[in-house]
Design a protein around this ligand. Structure first.
Ligand code: PLP
Length: 407
């Protein structure tokens, strides 16, 4: 008899965005004429930068000719992309990352979900609350938790992010081994300073822990004093892995390309306390289970680092940040407290009540979809997240409708 992985039964009913889709679907069926504006799921809406499209066309043409055709590529990614990433995203910004520490993949979702696989099933895992649900659910699937009660899984250490601490969780009060951090944060839009990240790096060093740092939104950081990478923090190479993505930076959500940096100094330990390089473990896992991203897509990603690509990506990011600022200003003028939205495409709004009720009110009265904070964890209750990923015209229209609905 084929038996299931019982850990899947612990997962809480359904994924946040399918709950939202059901409610939106029901509303659209009841109101077929209504033009719904979606500021919920963090999916980009603008076309790929022209530099990427040009590179994609050229690479597709190469695939049409035997002499320049590419079959399987190196599992870790082509050198041309790994080198461009290491140089432009790290070395040019003063961070010591080598090309062979970069693992190209088809998404930060997969990487941040899969990375836990190389660690023991009894490591203690700390996750912020509210949190990008992938970190939690993948650890549940792997059997690192007990059942859920009151919206939290037994066995996970939750790091509360709330109004009192400015949505920046404090260090854990009990020892933990694996720590998920995400800055700029999804869902709160909060960023961390170098000093704040330094405290986490120091904690990880002192406890032989490892930080999984999700920097999927780093491109939105405009403040020169804020870190865009954890490797701007002294000592981070010994204790931190970083996830990056071209999804939000360059509009690759449907194109799929991302990467993970695993510095060679990062260590994990055998049951006997012997140090093993995390780089070697991840390389083994990645090359066994992943066959790289297609050649044309890697060429398109490389084009992000051309002069034209850099200018086009900057323009894209600024476009979404202008939306974010519009949303934030409007919600504040309506008397709602907001955070995020400055170095982030997300605005986290105090709903002054139940987050699903506020979600329903915006959907039913304004035809606007947001994301209820409760879907990101217990500390998200009472908040909603509005995403800046849409056209400026739609954002203005959505905020006009919200203004009329809430007045
Ligand atoms: N990490 C965070 C924090 C995200 O919010 C998202 C997407 O919304 C991802 C990773 C997924 O990125 P990718 O499109 O590269 O899988």
């Amino acid at each position: 008899m084929i038996k299931i992985n019982e850990n899947f039964n612990k997962l809480q009913s359904s994924y946040l965005f399918s709950d939202i889709a059901k409610r939106v679907g029901a509303f659209q069926t009841a109101n077929p004429e209504k033009n719904i504006i979606r500021l919920g799921i963090g999916d980009v809406t603008r076309a790929l930068p022209d530099a990427c499209i040009q590179a994609l066309h050229t690479a597709v043409d190469e695939m049409a000719v035997d002499a320049s055709f590419h079959g399987y590529g190196p599992e870790q990614g082509y050198d041309f992309l790994r080198e461009a990433i290491a140089k432009n995203d790290f070395q040019d910004r003063g961070c010591n990352v080598e090309a062979d520490e970069v693992f190209v993949s088809d998404g930060a979702k997969c990487d941040s979900g899969n990375f836990q696989e190389i660690f023991a099933s009894d490591v203690t895992v700390a996750v912020p609350d509210p949190v990008y649900p992938v970190y939690v659910d993948t650890n549940v699937m792997a059997g690192r938790t007990g059942e859920a009660s009151d919206g939290r899984y037994n066995g996970l250490v939750y790091l509360d992010a709330n109004k009192e601490n400015g949505f920046l969780p404090a260090l854990p009060s009990e020892p933990v081994d694996l720590i998920y951090l995400c800055f700029p944060n999804n869902p709160t839009g909060v960023t961390a300073t170098k000093e704040q990240l330094k405290a986490w790096v120091d904690y990880a060093k002192a406890n032989k822990a490892l930080i999984l740092f999700d920097a999927a939104y780093e491109a939105f950081v405009q403040d020169e004093n804020l870190p865009r990478s954890i490797y701007e923090i002294e000592g981070a190479r010994e204790v931190a892995v970083e996830f990056r993505s071209f999804s939000k930076t360059a509009g690759f959500t449907g194109t799929r390309c991302a990467y993970t940096v695993v510095p060679k100094e990062c260590m994990a330990y055998t049951a006997d306390g012997e140090a093993v390089a995390v780089h070697a473990l991840w390389n083994r896992r990645h090359t066994t289970k992943f066959n790289s991203v297609s050649y044309p897509i890697q060429r398109a990603a490389e084009a992000v680092y051309s002069d034209a690509g850099k200018a086009q990506v900057k323009e894209l990011v600024e476009y979404y940040l202008k939306n974010a600022s519009y949303i934030k200003n409007k919600m504040e003028s309506l008397g709602y407290e907001c955070i995020g939205g400055e170095n982030s495409p997300y605005i986290w709004i105090d709903a002054k009540g139940d987050s699903w009720e506020f979600f329903d009110a915006l959907l039913n009265k304004a035809g606007v979809v947001c994301t209820p904070g409760a879907g990101f964890g217990k500390c998200g209750e009472g908040y909603i997240r509005i995403s800046a990923f849409n056209s400026y015209e739609n954002v203005v229209e959505a905020m006009d409708r919200i203004e009329s609905a809430l007045k």
